[in-house]
Design a protein around this ligand. Structure first.
Ligand code: BG6
Length: 500
């Protein structure tokens, strides 16, 4: 029982304070995720969303906007009863988060909301703002002592990008650590909220058929391919500073690679998992200029055709510098130098304005000797295990079998559990899982600082190399699958990018 208010807060009763409530992320992802959490009865009874924005509007006006967004973006059709429940949880609060002196007043507001709604004890601060405001808000939280009287938890959620390089990420981290302990910092990488990314561990550690051959004795190469038809839309200001390396490689790709290559954790506790992922990043082969010269390709899209429509070159997109050197594509080969993976190449590619939108992890197994069935001219197909992340979600497995129609041919059988789930992108679904985990205090699907740090150290090395290079850009057509040299990169090893 709370002595001042006389109410008994539930265990996870919380105020969920969103900085950036009128921004794109909140509108498109967070509110739909919260709606579906209400629908699935996964939010505590006493739960209040304080939506902080700089615009002048009433709570009723804001609720109307949220409803319109949920109708547009939610995976579930809006049920008036569920909406009513969510709507009553939302309070819009006009506040200029740059004004550090005002955070004391914000604290009084939060305290009042907590008392009125019996949520005392737990606060989540969700920073859904442009990265340049992360430090300001955290400083404000400290100055207004917003994090000091949580009798339960006080958690801080930070969207990506977490810094622009190792130096700025370290500085940002130090600022946050002055206010929140590591266990209360939730660094979002929305890929970790995707079903198939979580399924990597399940497939590996629940199936003896896979885990017993998950090593350099049996695997020929692994490919991680995240391709997008979309261009940069209205995000030029961000993307010009970021490029594919910072936007996709440093975070999503490094996280996927760690999950694919890690050793089995001793248990499923968040730190046991994150310790194993971190070891993978520490084992990545040293990246010298000599190595990069042979193993990395950067690209930028020129104009082209996608779905029959002409699309502009990157340099002609709104707000992009006409001589921009920003890479919209990267392909590279990496090695993990440990006992399990020595000698197995990891081929990675990601880019915008490519011919397909898809996310895949492809495991190609080693061939058996040709002595029995492949002496003649038969074309041998490799065993493949493909984890379809999106838009198809599921597992594909290819193995060789006798062709019963011809009696003597050998054909690849393709088993595929995937189904087309168009919304497996940067979706509310991933955010539902992540928000629920934040409330439950499970940070397994969030990046720990040492992971972010190691990933930046690797990305910085590659970015520095690119900055010194003179590349003739653009070097691929929108709608193609990237520069020719990305194909050469893998073909010179006698392999190819696998698509099925
Ligand atoms: C984001 C990047 O992190 O991931 C975007 O900033 C990219 O540029 C997006 O488009 C891809 O996410 P998803 O979930 O759509 O594959």
């Amino acid at each position: 029982m709370n002595s001042e208010s006389g109410c008994i807060p539930e265990k996870l009763s919380s105020v969920f304070i969103i900085f950036g409530a009128t921004g794109d992320l909140t509108r498109r992802k967070l509110m739909s995720a919260l709606y579906n959490l209400v629908s699935d009865d996964l939010l505590p009874k006493n739960f209040v969303i304080i939506a902080i924005g700089r615009q002048d509007k009433t709570t009723d006006q804001y609720r109307e906007e949220v409803l319109a967004a949920i109708i547009k973006y939610s995976r579930n059709k809006v049920d008036p009863k569920i909406w009513q429940k969510l709507s009553s949880m939302i309070i819009y609060h006009k506040f200029d988060f740059k004004d550090l002196d005002e955070y004391v007043v914000l604290k009084s507001f939060i305290r009042k909301v907590e008392k009125d709604n019996c949520t005392e004890g737990n606060r989540v601060f969700y920073l859904a703002v442009a990265p340049l405001y992360f430090e300001t808000i955290v400083e404000g939280i400290q100055k207004g002592k917003l994090n000091e009287d949580c009798s339960g938890f006080c958690r801080c959620v930070i969207e990506k990008p977490f810094g622009k390089n190792l130096e700025t990420a370290t500085k940002l981290n130090e600022s946050i650590l002055k206010v929140f302990s590591e266990k209360n910092i939730y660094r979002i990488d929305h890929y970790l909220g995707k079903d198939m990314i979580q399924n990597i561990m399940v497939l590996r550690f629940c199936n003896s058929v896979f885990e017993s051959i998950w090593d350099n004795k049996h695997i020929d190469n692994i490919q991680i391919s995240l391709t997008e038809e979309l261009g940069i839309g209205s995000r030029a200001n961000y993307y010009e500073q970021s490029g594919a390396m910072r936007d996709m490689f440093q975070n999503h790709i490094m996280q996927i690679m760690s999950l694919v290559a890690m050793e089995p954790p001793v248990n499923l506790n968040m730190d046991s998992i994150r310790n194993e992922k971190q070891k993978v990043l520490e084992s990545i082969e040293e990246i010298s200029d000599e190595f990069l010269k042979k193993n990395v390709i950067f690209g930028q899209y020129g104009e082209g055709i996608i779905h029959g429509e002409k699309v502009s070159a990157y340099r002609d997109e709104e707000n992009v510098n006409h001589v921009s050197e920003t890479e919209t594509f990267v392909a590279l080969k990496m090695h993990i130098n440990n006992f399990r993976w020595a000698g197995v190449p990891f081929y990675i590619r990601t880019g915008k304005r490519l011919g397909t939108t898809s996310g895949e992890i492809i495991v190609q197994f080693k061939d058996l000797p040709n002595t029995l069935y492949y002496k003649e001219n038969r074309v041998k197909q490799p065993n493949l295990l493909i984890l379809h992340i999106q838009p198809n979600v599921g597992v594909f497995f290819q193995f060789n079998t006798k062709d019963f129609t011809t009696h003597n041919d050998i054909v690849p059988a393709k088993m595929d559990t995937s189904s087309f789930i168009p919304d497996q992108g940067n979706t509310p679904e991933a955010y539902e899982r992540l928000i629920h985990d934040i409330l439950r205090g499970d940070a397994s699907l969030f990046s720990r600082w040492d992971e972010v740090e190691s990933a930046w150290a690797i990305a910085d090395r590659i970015i520095k190399y690119r900055e010194q290079m003179k590349i003739d850009l653009p070097n691929y057509k929108a709608g193609s699958m990237g520069p020719q040299r990305a194909f050469d990169l893998i073909e010179k090893d006698g392999r190819n990018w696998i698509t099925v």
